[in-house]
Design a protein around this ligand. Structure first.
Ligand code: CMC
Length: 431
């Protein structure tokens, strides 16, 4: 971190404290409060971390006002149109775009780790058939630490590297197996002669009884969905991974924690919730009713796929996905998809409504992704697992960055305690 050149003065009870200010390469200045408690005996209060930077990072940058998302400086729309997922994985993990030789080496390393330990099949069989694939993923990914003992020592850079490659390589296999298990079909082994996205589609949709040809346009759309979800700075699941790993926990356990956090409907679970909402709306004439509910303070209903903690203008990932939705539906011969019509009309009506514009609520990445995934043949329960497998590289890149930081400390937030002060225990007969 660069030395601070500015400072802020905080005055408490007439006493002044100088707080260093750091200027990042992009984004707002950051006031350093690390020594505040030691010097002034006060904590800061920021539930939801709306104004708190918990780490310094060089991986991803978001300018929420401009609707800008950069990975290692490269804009997401350029990466989505000109690059592909595994190249973006390399960029996130190692900081630079790869040379052709480095990319080939990286792809071959990932490809040679796609199979999972055969014994892990029994883990899947222990779940109920109607288990949500996310429930299976949380369990199976956490259990990887019981299978890959030679890559759990976080102090060994080689083991960290192997764990990273293993998770990127095996996550599509695990997600596809979770899906196959829940629909009662046999598991499909990975095919290392296919690219990452094609392999995933084949593992999800092929059956042993028939040949399966991967449609290259669908594979491209799949790859684009992976790319658009690859990393997103210090979001809830990434912060969960960082907090879990700050204790020195093994990487598989930490990624399982990230998957658990992602599952919530305010985060990665929003894509499933959004498509279910669009289906519930059903026809454009019912949109005003749902908009009214979203605006009603006494109704907990929110427009799923709308709003973002950081983006306050537009989500650049939603822009790319809206275009992809049209392409995929055209390819599938679905030219008048009623759900897409509802989505487009809902977007139009919400954006024209002062409630949404004043609160700066715009469609986010989850608004259109579900429509594409459903057109590709995925059930809604697979939307969040696909988000999880795409985001794995982001979690791992952030984890590697954190473990490699000599200033690493266990994460331990403070609290504003409002409970009872000390009081004496009362025997049960006297209560
Ligand atoms: N529909 C209706 N009102 C909303 C919505 C929405 N989708 N989102 C926020 N608001 C209102 C909210 O009621 C609040 O109003 P008021 O100031 O009057 O109390 C105001 O906007 C600010 O909301 P907030 O909850 O304080 O904002 P936040 O930054 O904490 O939450 C969010 C961000 C994404 C959790 C939220 O917008 C939301 O719940 N959206 C729906 C779920 C969703 O689509 N999540 C996916 C996010 S993108 C992918 C990802 O990160 O995984």
């Amino acid at each position: 971190m660069a030395d601070s050149t500015k400072s802020a003065t905080l005055e408490i009870d007439g006493k002044k404290y100088e707080l260093p200010i750091f200027s990042p390469t992009a984004g707002p200045d950051v006031v350093d409060i690390r020594k505040l408690y030691a010097q002034a005996g006060v904590f800061t209060y920021d539930p939801g971390f709306t104004s708190t930077a918990a780490c310094d990072s060089t991986i991803t940058y978001i300018d929420g006002d401009k609707g800008e998302l950069l990975h290692r400086g490269y804009p997401i729309d350029q990466l989505a149109s000109k690059s592909h997922y595994l190249e973006v994985c390399y960029l996130l993990l190692y900081g630079e775009l790869p040379s052709p030789a480095h990319l080939e080496d990286f792809e071959s390393r990932v490809t040679s780790h796609t199979m999972i330990h055969e014994q892990m099949m029994y883990l899947f069989r222990g779940f109920r058939r109607d288990a949500h694939p996310m429930a299976i993923m949380v369990g199976v990914v956490g259990a990887m630490s019981a299978f890959y003992h030679d890559s759990t020592d976080i102090n060994d850079p080689w083991q960290r590297e192997v764990a990273s490659i293993r998770m990127i390589a095996k996550m599509p296999t695990i997600a596809a197996m979770a899906y196959k298990y829940t629909i009662g079909q046999p598991f499909e082994y990975p095919r290392n002669d296919l690219d990452y996205a094609s392999n995933f589609l084949k593992m999800c949709f092929a059956v042993p009884a028939e040949d399966y040809e991967v449609n290259p346009i669908l594979a491209r759309a799949m790859d684009r969905i992976f790319t658009l979800h690859a990393d997103h700075e210090q979001n809830a699941s990434t912060s969960t991974v960082r907090l879990a790993s700050s204790s020195g926990a093994n990487p598989f356990a930490c990624i399982a924690a990230g998957i658990a956090c992602l599952w919530g409907p305010a985060h990665g679970g929003a894509n499933q919730a959004c498509l279910e909402m669009l289906k519930k709306i059903g026809t454009p004439d019912r949109i005003p009713e749902f908009i009214a509910r979203a605006k009603d303070k006494d109704d907990p209903f929110r427009l799923m796929g709308f709003g973002h903690r950081v983006y306050k203008n537009f989500d650049p990932r939603a822009t790319v996905l809206k275009q992809s939705a049209d392409e995929v539906l055209e390819l599938m011969g679905i030219d008048d998809n009623p759900i897409l019509q509802v989505a487009k009309e809902l977007e139009k009506q919400a954006l024209a409504d002062p409630y949404f514009s004043e609160k700066k609520l715009f469609p986010n990445v989850d608004f259109y992704s579900g429509i594409i995934l459903e057109a590709m043949g995925f059930p809604t329960s697979m939307f969040t697992p696909i988000f999880a497998l795409s985001r794995t590289v982001g979690w791992i890149s952030q984890w590697k960055e954190m473990i490699g930081d000599p200033q690493l400390k266990i994460g331990r937030p403070r609290q504003l305690y409002n409970g009872s002060t000390m009081r004496d225990y009362v025997d049960i007969e006297n209560r």
